[in-house]
Design a protein around this ligand. Structure first.
Ligand SMILES: Nc1ncnc2c1ncn2[C@@H]1O[C@H](COP(=O)(O)OP(=O)(O)O)[C@@H](O)[C@H]1O
Ligand SMILES: [Mg+2]
Length: 255
């Protein structure tokens, strides 16, 4: 069945209230949202909550994670995060593996999904590379930027939510987190200074990226964070989150 966004206006639009600030963007294309922030800041929690909300509204969506999200990407993920060989991995190799995983994810999953009108919620995307491989591992930021551009092509997020949480609080949450595998991954074993650089680099992103990124205080309850995220999304993309109606095809119609 072919679906497209309903053209019904949100009631607030008629009243001239805040919903009138809906971005004018193609409603037939899905919205591409990415979640960023240090380990333990609450990304996966909020990705799940947003997915549940879209599901309740009957809106189509796809959730992806990085590295991974495709068969090739999941192999790369294993190599990057848990394989014993990764102990010898150089920063340059790590950068290229992340970009390889991302290139595949964009072309195989994200772009075709957005084109067919399905929203995409990504748990990490290219800003993670800017921050982790660029700022925290101190690789040349210009090269990181070029490789990011090569990997994503024109597929830039419509909005990136960065959950801010101080390093100590994030550590505390990670220690309490129940992980099925039991062992921390390679990034999670980095020293505190590494995470201080990660945090600082995330805080600098809005100055460079403008409206595309939005910092959110992640120290509040999951409910409060979820409510703020939805308020922002509704304000910016409310027109894209209207209920979907099946398109009635009339092959004889000239329009
Ligand atoms: N707002 C919050 N307040 C308290 N604990 C939280 C909050 N959001 C997430 N958590 C908990 O913190 C841990 C890390 O959250 P998670 O969503 O896995 O973070 P991330 O994906 O960013 O690493 C999990 O145990 C989760 O249940
Ligand atoms: Mg997570």
């Amino acid at each position: 069945m072919i679906l497209r966004a309903s053209r019904t206006a949100h009631p607030n639009q008629a009243l001239g209230t805040s919903a009138a600030t809906f971005e004018s963007r193609d409603v037939s294309r899905g919205v591409f949202l990415t979640f960023e922030g240090s380990e333990g800041c609450g990304k996966s929690t909020q990705v799940k909550r947003l997915a549940a909300r879209l599901a309740r509204k009957g809106l189509p969506f796809l959730v992806t994670r990085e590295p991974g999200g495709t068969a090739i990407g999941e192999k790369i993920r294993e190599l990057l995060q848990f394989a014993p060989e990764s102990a010898a991995m150089r920063a340059e190799t790590e950068l290229l593996l992340f970009e390889a995983s991302r290139s595949q994810l964009v072309r195989e999953m994200i772009e075709p999904t957005l084109t067919q009108g399905t929203h995409v919620i990504a748990d990490r995307f290219f800003d993670s590379t800017t921050v982790y491989q660029g700022a925290a591992r101190a690789l040349d930021p210009k090269i990181v930027e070029q490789l990011n551009a090569f990997a994503i092509g024109n597929c830039r997020p419509d909005l990136t939510i960065i959950l801010e949480l101080d390093v100590a609080a994030a550590r505390g949450r990670m220690l309490r987190r129940v992980r099925p595998v039991g062992t921390p991954d390679r990034m999670e074993q980095e020293p505190l200074e590494f995470y201080e650089r990660v945090s600082a680099a995330y805080r600098e992103l809005p100055a460079r990226e403008g409206d595309r990124v939005q910092l959110i205080d992640g120290s509040r309850s999951a409910d409060q964070v979820e409510a703020e995220i939805w308020r922002i999304l509704w304000e910016r993309f409310g027109a894209n989150f209207q209920p979907r109606q099946p398109r009635i095809e009339n092959p004889k119609s000239k329009i």
